[in-house]
Design a protein. Structure first.
Lengths: 180, 130
């Protein structure tokens, strides 16, 4: 079977694309008060490792003012929070995309970007101005880029997360259970 | 209060000859808190519409104040849509109405931001099976 690498390293000066990975990306925590002209606010800056979810065609043609970003963390980080991710059943569910809101990316063995399996967290997407994230990425010499078809797979997983519909009444299948 | 959907519906009504404000006094509709989708100007700019009423002179003005969804600022105007001109061409019993939409520049807030601290963002695993 042909080899389909997950990642490549691209020059920082290249245009942003969906699947580009930006480490230590700042996110502002705005205060919970009204903001008016002339006001002075204090903000916390949180740094996340993020992957770009906005469509490449929108990014390359500068059709958007805000870029959709999604944070991720190593699998071992989430394993410290949940036993389910330590079990073979839970890991299988994660790999199959059956843990709502989480999407795994494979290990990376590229030099200077080595990482274990990463878990993308769709619950915490945020946006930053295009000009800001574009400038931040281009100031760095290189960056990691997720390659097709894994990039599209990520995009589809996010779409499935955001489009899900909760039903008021679940279908009860218990009475159809057959004893072996 | 006019929200985005109402605004769209009203434009739709105009285009279908169902709106009753034609021929009446200019109508100014204000909103207190409305989120305007960024694509609104694209949606309503330069729409040509036909209407089966004989009035000649029609003027509208919409003043839609919005919230800034990015900063979650309530009751603050950051964008205004002004329908500033309606041209009519009478063609038998119909009027062709052209809406020209002027989009005012986004209002800027001058605020002083002090960075309190910079720390690593933390994610919390939400177990969907619990």
């Amino acid at each position: 079977m042909s080899e389909f690498p997950w990642y490549t390293i691209v020059e920082g000066k290249l245009d942003l694309e969906q699947g580009d990975i930006i480490y230590k990306c700042p996110s502002l925590d705005l205060p919970q008060k009204e903001i008016n002209t002339g006001s002075k606010i204090q903000v916390d800056v949180k740094q996340y490792d993020v992957v770009i979810l906005s469509q490449s065609c929108d990014l390359v043609n500068a059709k958007i003012n805000s870029v959709l970003l999604c944070p991720f963390a190593p699998l071992s980080y989430f394993q410290t929070q949940s036993d389910i991710l330590k079990s073979s059943k839970g890991l299988k569910s994660l790999a199959e995309g059956n843990i709502t809101g989480y999407h795994p990316l494979n290990e990376c063995k590229l030099k200077n970007y080595e990482s274990e399996i990463l878990v993308i967290d769709f619950h915490n997407v945020f946006t930053l101005p295009f000009a800001f994230i574009d400038s931040l990425a281009k100031k760095r010499e290189t960056r990691l880029r997720l390659l097709p078809p894994y990039r599209e797979h990520l995009s589809q997983a996010f779409a499935r997360f955001i489009m899900r519909v909760g039903l008021p009444i679940d279908i009860d299948l218990s009475k159809y259970k057959k004893e072996k | 209060m006019v929200d985005y959907m109402e605004f769209r519906e009203e434009l739709y009504d105009i285009s279908n000859g169902l709106n009753s404000v034609h021929g009446s006094e200019p109508e100014i509709i204000e909103s207190q808190s409305t989120i305007i989708h960024p694509s609104v100007p694209d949606l309503i700019a330069n729409q040509s519409m036909k209407k089966a009423i004989p009035e000649k002179k029609v003027m509208f003005e919409y003043d839609i104040s919005t919230t800034n969804p990015l900063l979650k600022i309530d009751n603050e105007t950051y964008n205004k849509l002004l329908i500033h001109r309606i041209n009519e061409l009478i063609d038998e019993n119909s009027i062709e109405i052209e809406l020209n939409v002027l989009v005012a520049p986004t209002k800027k807030y001058e605020i002083e931001v002090e960075i309190k601290n910079i720390k690593k963002g933390e994610l919390k695993f939400i177990d969907p099976f619990q």
